[in-house]
Write a protein that binds this ligand. Sequence first.
Ligand SMILES: O=C([C@H](O)CO)[C@H](O)[C@H](O)COP(=O)(O)O
Length: 409
Amino acid sequence: MEIAKEAVAGGADWIEIGTPLIKSEGMNAIRTMRKAFPDRTILADMKTVDTGAMEVEMAAKAGADVVIVLGSADDSTVLDALRSAHKYGVRLMADLISAPDPVKRAVELEALGVDYVNVHVGIDQQMVGKDPISVLMEISEKVSVQLAVAGGLDVESAAQAVKAGARIVIVGGNITRSDNVTEAAMKIRKSVDSPDSVNIRSRETVDQEIREIFKEVSTSNISDAMHRKGAMKGIHPLVRGKMVGPAITVQSFPGDWAKTVEAIDLAKPGDVIVIYNESKDVACWGGLATLSSLNKGIAGVVIEGAVRDIDEVENLGLPIYTSNTVPNAGDPKGFGEINAEITCGGQTVKPGDYIIGDESGVVVVPKERAYELARRAKEVNKTEKRLFDEIRRGGTLSEILELKKWEKH
Ligand SMILES: O=C([C@H](O)CO)[C@H](O)[C@H](O)COP(=O)(O)O
């Protein structure tokens, strides 16, 4: 309710009651919003896939103005939903989320008579890099039904969507999870009203985007995004500083520091050297290796094993995370492997996996899922910022999360 009020203050014309809210609170979510916002258009995202007439009737009677049916539902469901919509004086929007051929289906849905077609890329799809704009462009050339668009839209993509022919721009997370909802809504409003004034930046490479996001979020956000996995055990910051980069791995043996130091020469700028060395009592890393790493532009070092020359490495400032410190070193004998799969801090680390370190510790993100987990961590980060803001205004975490209500039964 608070978020809706703030979004309306920022210029939102419609309020979408999202599917998760409907699943949580049922038709009461619609009734409550209707009562609080009598002059706004209420969109009920029912995502109906069967019993079209019944679900439209429920939403209409609760106070919705527009009801969403799944575009990929059977024609019989769409048609009966339409009959019900006409009977109860509401409009029907068909949502193309996950439609196998969205362009073809949009044409069919227009012929069936829906009031709007929503070109929608779902939240999980966004996390793996999909966005709705290119499909929207294709569809807007083929149909004249009013088009809505949804799927991770921000100031830039909202402007692109309007230019591509969208009449309704549905924005979720970039408003609702902002720490200043009113301001976020105002910015979207401005971009929708004057899309030509928005500067569209060229996209970074995927690798740049991953690094940027991991720099913004915390290891705690990432671990949450990984369903509480990925954190190294027993590895703590020795020289503090945010560390982000792909791993170059080293498997080494007690008292042997040859491979740990040779890895510096193989590493590329921005890499993180991750070392497993069995010994807590003989150091495999020290001041000279740290200075060499700085010369190579290495982003940081993680060591299950021991580090020495602590005064020196602290002054050098390269982020180092380790399990132990000890004064004595061994000899460079040359046993071990560089860039093999290793275990460090109880986590499997493969070359190229993303390694992120901060004050809470170190997490390992498998390279195959780096983009997705970066995006999911950013969503976690947005939610936390919003919660932070709500707690700052008064109240406690358990009140705001309604912990008692959501405890497992
Ligand atoms: O419909 C939505 C989603 O499927 C969950 O129900 C969202 O409201 C819609 O995607 C807009 O949200 P963002 O993608 O976060 O902008």
